[in-house]
Ligand binder design. Structure first.
Ligand SMILES: [Zn+2]
Length: 284
C-alpha cells in the first residue's frame, strides 16, 4: 500500500498515461455526424474509468444527440458534495497540415502529450477521475461526496446537458460545482479557476428607407441604417471598457478582497501578457 497519494500516482503513472492515450485515440468529434460511434465509444470509455475509480451508479445516459456520463460517490454523509463537470468530445482537428504528429495518434514530446483533446478537455477531466481513484485507493475514502457529470456536446453548444440539468436538480444537487474545462495558470501551477467572462450575443437588424435613395439628393436627410448600427456599437462601451447597457452590472458582484489578494500572488506580467498572449505590443 503506498504511503501517500503522490506515491500512488508515481507508481501508476504508466497505466494512467496509457489509459489517457487510449481515450485520446478516439476521434470523438461531436460536430461531425460520421463520428457518432466514436463519440459513443468515448462516453463508454469514460464510464468504465469512473466505475474503476470506485464511483457508484455509473451510467451512460442517452440524449437526443450525444450521451452524458454520470457517476457518484456519496460515502461521507454530512460532508459537502462536489459536482465535477467535464466533456469528452473534441473539436475537428483541421487544418491537419499544422499538426506535427497526427491529432489522434497521441505523441509525447518534451514531457508533453500532444493530441486533439489532450488539453480540452480529456486531459483535465481525466485528472479529476484519477484523483478520486488515487484518494480512494490510498485512504479508502474521500474528504467530500462527489458526483461527475460529463458531456459529449460541449463543442456543439451543450443543449442536452442544459436540459438534463434543468430536469434533474435533485439528483445533481451539490454544494459546489468544479469545472474541469479550464487551464493551469502557468506550467507547474495547478489552478482552480473561480470565474470566467460571460458572453451575451444578439443579432441586431436595422432597416433603412423603403427604397433605394440617391445619395446626392437624400444623403444627410434620410437616416442610414448602417450608421445606426455603427452608433449602437460605438456606444456599447465607454473609454475604459465598461459596458454601457443600463442595469447590466446590477447583479454583478465585485471580486472579494481575498480573491483580489490571491490574484496578486499569481506570476502575472502585464507587458508579457500584452506582447506574447494578446499579440498587441503597441498597448504596452
Ligand atoms: Zn472544453
Amino acid at each position: 500500500m503506498p504511503a501517500n497519494v503522490d506515491q500512488y500516482v508515481e507508481e501508476n503513472r504508466e497505466r494512467f498515461l496509457a489509459e489517457l492515450i487510449e481515450l485520446l485515440r478516439i476521434p470523438s468529434i461531436s460536430t461531425l455526424p460520421e463520428h457518432q460511434a466514436d463519440v459513443q465509444q468515448a462516453a463508454d470509455h469514460v464510464a468504465a474509468r469512473l466505475a474503476e475509480a470506485g464511483l457508484d451508479n455509473v451510467e451512460v445516459i442517452p440524449t437526443e444527440r450525444h450521451p452524458l456520463v454520470y457517476g457518484e460517490w456519496l460515502g461521507v454523509p454530512g460532508k459537502p458534495t462536489v459536482l465535477c463537470y467535464g466533456h469528452y468530445d473534441v473539436q475537428p482537428p483541421d487544418p491537419l497540415e499544422e499538426w506535427e504528429t497526427p491529432p489522434f495518434e497521441p505523441a509525447l514530446r518534451n514531457g508533453n502529450l500532444y493530441a486533439r483533446g489532450a488539453a480540452d478537455d480529456k486531459g483535465q477531466m481525466y485528472t479529476h477521475i484519477k484523483a478520486v481513484e488515487a484518494l480512494r485507493a490510498v485512504t479508502g475514502t474521500l474528504p467530500v461526496n462527489i458526483k461527475f457529470l460529463i458531456e459529449g456536446e460541449e463543442e456543439v453548444g451543450g443543449a442536452s446537458i442544459a436540459r438534463y440539468v434543468a430536469d434533474n436538480g435533485e439528483k445533481l444537487r451539490a454544494d459546489v460545482a468544479l469545472v474541469s474545462d479550464t487551464a493551469m495558470y502557468a506550467e507547474g501551477m495547478p489552478s482552480l479557476c473561480t470565474g470566467l467572462r460571460g458572453l451575451i450575443y444578439a443579432e441586431v437588424s436595422a432597416s433603412g428607407p423603403a427604397r433605394d435613395l440617391h445619395s446626392g439628393l437624400y444623403g444627410g436627410a434620410a437616416p442610414n441604417a448602417v450608421y445606426g448600427l455603427i452608433e449602437l456599437l460605438a456606444k456599447a462601451k465607454d473609454d475604459n471598457g465598461f459596458i454601457r447597457i443600463p442595469d447590466l452590472y446590477e447583479d454583478v458582484e465585485p471580486p472579494a478582497p481575498e480573491e483580489k489578494a490571491s490574484w496578486q500572488e499569481l506570476p502575472f506580467d502585464e507587458s508579457e501578457f500584452l506582447e506574447k498572449e494578446v499579440g498587441a505590443p503597441a498597448l504596452i
